[in-house]
Design a protein around this ligand. Structure first.
Ligand SMILES: NC(=O)C1=CN([C@@H]2O[C@H](COP(=O)(O)OP(=O)(O)OC[C@H]3O[C@@H](n4cnc5c(N)ncnc54)[C@H](OP(=O)(O)O)[C@@H]3O)[C@@H](O)[C@H]2O)C=CC1
Ligand SMILES: CC(=O)[C@@H](O)[C@H](O)COP(=O)(O)O
Ligand SMILES: [Mn+2]
Length: 380
């Protein structure tokens, strides 16, 4: 029985993690969780899964939940999030919260010796150097949940790192993959949220449309697999059937394939190094798929991917700046305050405006994150 702490239980990854737990009650138990503002769903989850500790974003919501569930320890805010992550009865943290608020809880859980199943990209993007060093020091495994990194992780089982030529991340191209840059003028929020292959939270769906999602994944891959940026490439693959690949020095390429279903990588992170049947999974029928397509990545068309390679290569605080600017800009877009193309303008301006601090500690990263959000706000 693995005892799970789940951050972001009310989100897209959170709900699918609960599906996996529900499908294997003899294997997994939810012992602590966090949610943001979706109190109704939080109530349902508590009633069904009976976690011992629950944290929500707002104090008022916590007060209401306390009177409804007196047997449950209810917390709130960033402190509550961090406490849920280190709950003493949990063996593994599934971090599926959205945004850089996920960094502190990941570090806390590493320091208390928990295995980390990481969906929250912002943790590794903003502070990969600290997270990987702490994981090594505490002998804690960081298991990828993101589909591309899970694919690479699976393709690397039984292989030696020294034999890797490069990683090849696949990108669907997102909602606007068939449009030119000129055709991006005036696209709407509804258009952006219409991902061709995956059903995900709003922020990551917009990231996929700007290609920032792949940029964040390139930086994540750099930290997870300890490879230089020159050995990490991206290819457009419309179908999202090949979730990513590893090429070896002998020219052999190992790929992981499957239908686009996040329950597969979520469950693999929870069962690793074992596997379990995916109760509600759909088997891939390649004859039905028929053809797979691949296209060279166009960095001029997808500027955010270029920003991410630049930020990753420069290192220091620049990835944290890029990430915070992206979070603030996407939130503004989802709030109808800016156009789609302004997202990348705001990220570019924030990166240009910043003087990089080398080897930043946690406090510096958090300060730079706040400063960048203030800067983006001043530009709006
Ligand atoms: N969705 C996917 O398929 C994939 C997602 N990821 C990554 O996983 C992470 C989560 O993505 P996704 O599930 O799509 O996101 P969602 O927006 O669907 O869910 C986010 C979750 O985080 C909670 N939350 C948001 N902001 C805060 C906050 N400030 N404090 C506390 N809780 C908060 C939300 O609570 P509430 O809704 O209650 O307000 C919700 O539970 C992201 O980093 C994303 O990039 C990676 C690979 C695939
Ligand atoms: C499901 C998942 O892992 C997402 O990160 C997905 O990769 C988004 O797809 P694209 O960014 O390739 O459009
Ligand atoms: Mn992904």
């Amino acid at each position: 029985m693995k005892r799970i702490s789940l951050l972001g239980a009310t989100g897209s990854i959170g709900i699918q993690t609960l599906d996996v737990i529900r499908e294997h009650p003899e294997e997994f138990k939810l012992v602590s969780m966090s949610a943001g503002k979706n109190v109704e769903l939080t109530r349902k989850i508590i009633t069904e899964f009976l976690p011992e500790l629950v944290s929500v974003q707002e104090k008022d919501d916590a007060e209401r939940l306390k009177s409804d569930f007196p047997q449950v320890k209810i917390l709130y805010g960033q402190e509550g999030l961090e406490e849920a992550a280190v709950f003493h009865k949990a063996d593994i943290l599934v971090n599926a919260v959205l945004g850089s608020v996920g960094l502190g809880p990941t570090l806390g859980a590493i320091r208390s010796g928990k295995t980390i199943a990481i969906a929250n990209k912002e943790t590794l993007v903003t502070a990969g150097h600290i997270v990987m060093e702490e994981a090594k020091r505490h002998n804690v495994a960081i298991l990828p949940v993101d589909s591309e990194h899970s694919a690479i992780f699976q393709a690397l089982q039984g292989e030696r790192e020294k034999n890797i030529e490069r990683l090849i991340l696949t990108a669907s191209g997102g909602s606007f993959r068939d449009r030119t840059r000129e055709e991006l003028q005036g696209v709407t929020k509804a258009d952006a949220l219409n991902h061709p292959n995956w059903s995900m939270g709003a922020k990551i769906t917009v990231d996929s449309a700007t290609m920032m999602n792949k940029g964040l994944e390139v930086i994540e891959a750099h930290w997870l697999f300890s490879l230089p940026y020159d050995d990490i490439s991206v290819i457009l693959h419309r179908e999202s059937i090949i979730h990513s690949m590893v090429e070896f020095h002998d020219t052999s390429i190992m790929a992981q394939l499957g239908t686009p279903d996040m329950k597969v990588p979520i469950q693999y992170a929870l069962t690793y190094p074992d596997r379990l049947p995916l109760v509600s999974g759909k088997r891939l029928n390649l004859a039905e798929v028929g053809r797979l397509h691949f296209t060279e990545m166009d960095f001029a068309r997808f500027r955010c991917l270029k920003f991410a390679y630049d930020a990753g290569r420069a290192g220091g605080t620049l990835p944290a700046v890029m990430n915070a600017a992206n979070e603030a800009a996407v939130a503004a877009f989802l709030d109808d305050r800016i156009t789609f193309l302004q997202i990348e303008d705001l990220i570019e301006k924030s990166m240009e405006n910043h003087s990089i601090i080398e080897k930043p500690d946690l406090e510096t990263i958090q300060e730079v994150d706040k400063e960048t959000r203030r800067y983006v706000k001043s530009l709006l």
